[in-house]
Design a protein around this ligand. Structure first.
Ligand code: ACM
Ligand code: ZN
Length: 535
């Protein structure tokens, strides 16, 4: 039986006045020390920002971050600034040390990314209204704390899919803003698929003239029923892509572009039917896994995809390019004389080995251009592809196998990392792919990306990623709903040491502050749910 004292203690521990001691920061920092008895910091007119010139961009970011809600514009100051940026080469890449005291904030980092993450933490130390885009009346205080922080993983990603249902640059920017606020740092941009080719390629304009238009869409919510309504081309121009890349860079988010091959290629094959194995390919853009794939025995396939990759690497400065590789049925390859001949010429025993060789070809092509290649885990069905990193999606076993063999790996297993799957929100008004295993947020939160790996293989796990496929996403509001708050769980898994992660603690921080922040960011986030009590 609970005594009166323990009941009183339980109540006291939930009182807001004590909360400042352990700020509700998401993702949870590595270490937070309260400065006992110290007065809080209060933001005020006349305060200043300055410090090491290496952080000039972050100083500007801080001013622009604090201004919209508070109306306070920090002035630059060389001597004794209120917000001081200090270079500290001892801190890890992306790490930071933050000290908040009365009238003084010190941000230490070795690189701008770390200073940027300190700013995101500062934002979360203020009331959630700091995220509003218009002025709010308020007293802007932060508790006096010392925080030392750095991420667990280098790859903390979200995949977005504009192929199934297109969304424009403005939609992308809102998600990039929200991702950065949670210290997510990779956007995997799935730019090509059966239902739409979304990236302008100057050398092959038909890819968007034909491939970005849709003769018909699977509707209503039925994979095999088409609405018969043509949609004009929808795609990102190269100018728009440069704009998004630059926008993301300021948020320390790297964009990994994906060009799907050899499967999920119907949009490209509609533009260039000669790249199919069959003379009369079935180009109906149904959802699901379609049998038409790029012919691996046709030199024109390699010529086109190399031409595409030339323009991709010129647009995207990041280290990785994704070459797809998932769900490529071998029906057409098996029946194609050109593919059969290629298989024999390469000494492959089966079509899985041919797919691995196909991936290796593009891995080598990208390597010549100084880029790394990553592909979905099917690319290792015919043996581990030389020079390619693996995105483990059909579970974690492919990722574990690849990491043990010294390949870089990103863990994104379904259902836990599939944030398009049903999240078990009561009376959910949005639709999901039918019959998928539900993936509520507490299941997402449960993954440890390095589980099952011996210590020597763990460094090969780059990190994790949440995937938001868009068959059932029609507008920003559906995207917000499915992505948030689950993307906050992905962010914390990617950032916080495994031993410090507890569902109840995450749930507490999210319910006290994290959900309010999502709302102030203007996101139509789904409600935060909990596991059933009998679990
Ligand atoms: C995938 O979900 N097809 C990678
Ligand atoms: Zn073929």
């Amino acid at each position: 039986m609970r005594t009166l004292l323990t009941a009183a203690l339980a109540v006291t521990l939930t009182l807001p006045c004590l909360r400042a001691a352990v700020p509700d920061i998401v993702p949870r920092p590595v270490s937070v020390a309260e400065q006992a008895g110290a007065k809080p910091f209060t933001l005020a007119w006349g305060q200043t920002v300055g410090g090491d010139a290496r952080f000039a961009g972050e100083m500007e970011t801080l001013r622009q971050t604090l201004f919209p809600a508070t109306g306070i514009w920090l002035k630059p100051a060389e001597a004794n600034p209120t917000f001081a940026f200090v270079h500290d080469a001892t801190l890890p890449k992306e790490g930071y040390a933050l000290t908040v005291a009365e009238g003084k904030v010190e941000i230490r980092a070795s690189e701008p990314a770390g200073a940027f993450y300190a700013i995101q933490t500062i934002r979360q130390l203020f009331p959630a209204d700091i995220y509003r885009k218009a002025p709010v009346r308020g007293t802007w205080t932060m508790p006096a704390v010392t925080i030392k922080d750095a991420p667990r993983y280098a790859w903390r990603g979200i995949m977005l899919d504009p192929c199934r249902n297109f969304f424009g640059v403005a939609s992308l920017k809102r998600q990039l803003d929200a991702m950065a606020a949670h210290k997510l740092n990779v956007l995997h941009w799935h730019l090509t698929d059966d239902q739409g080719w979304r990236i302008e390629i100057k050398k092959y304009p038909r890819l968007t003239e034909i491939g970005a238009a849709r003769p018909s869409t699977p509707r209503p919510f039925n994979r095999l029923k088409q609405d018969g309504e043509p949609v004009p081309p929808q795609f990102y121009t190269q100018e728009e892509i440069r704009e998004v890349v630059a926008y993301a860079a300021k948020l320390h988010i790297t964009i990994v572009p994906e060009i799907e091959m050899p499967g999920h290629a119907v949009a490209a094959i509609r533009a260039y039917p000669e790249l199919a194995c069959a003379a009369n390919p079935d180009l109906t853009p149904n959802w699901g896994v379609l049998k038409e794939i790029f012919c691996a025995g046709n030199p024109k396939t390699y010529e086109l995809l190399e031409g595409v990759l030339d323009e991709v690497v010129a647009l995207f400065p990041g280290a990785y390019v994704h070459i797809g590789g998932d769900e490529a049925p071998k029906t057409r390859w098996n029946a194609c004389p050109k593919c059969q001949a290629k298989m024999k010429a390469l000494g492959c025993k089966n079509m899985h080995e041919l797919q691995t060789k196909f991936a290796e070809h593009f891995a080598a092509y990208l390597a010549k251009k100084g880029r790394n290649c990553i592909g979905w885990d099917e690319i290792l069905e015919g043996g581990l592809p030389k020079g390619a990193a693996i995105m483990s999606w059909r579970g974690t076993s492919a990722g574990v196998k690849a990491a043990k063999a010294g390949h870089k790996v990103v863990m994104t297993p379904k259902p836990v990392c599939y944030i398009d799957y049903n999240q078990l929100v009561p009376n959910d008004p949005y639709e999901y792919i039918p019959n998928n295993t539900p993936n509520p947020i507490w299941i997402t939160y449960s993954i440890d990306p390095s589980e099952g790996l011996p210590p020597e293989a763990q460094p090969f796990v780059l990190g994790l990623q949440g995937n938001l496929w868009a068959e059932y996403i029609r507008a920003d509001e559906d995207c917000d709903w499915k992505m948030w708050p689950r993307a906050a769980a992905i962010a914390e898994i990617g950032w916080t040491p495994q031993a410090d992660r507890k569902w109840e603690d995450f749930h507490g921080r999210m319910s006290r502050a994290g959900m309010a922040r999502l709302q102030r960011l203007g996101l139509n986030a789904a409600p935060l749910t909990e596991p059933p009590k009998d679990k």
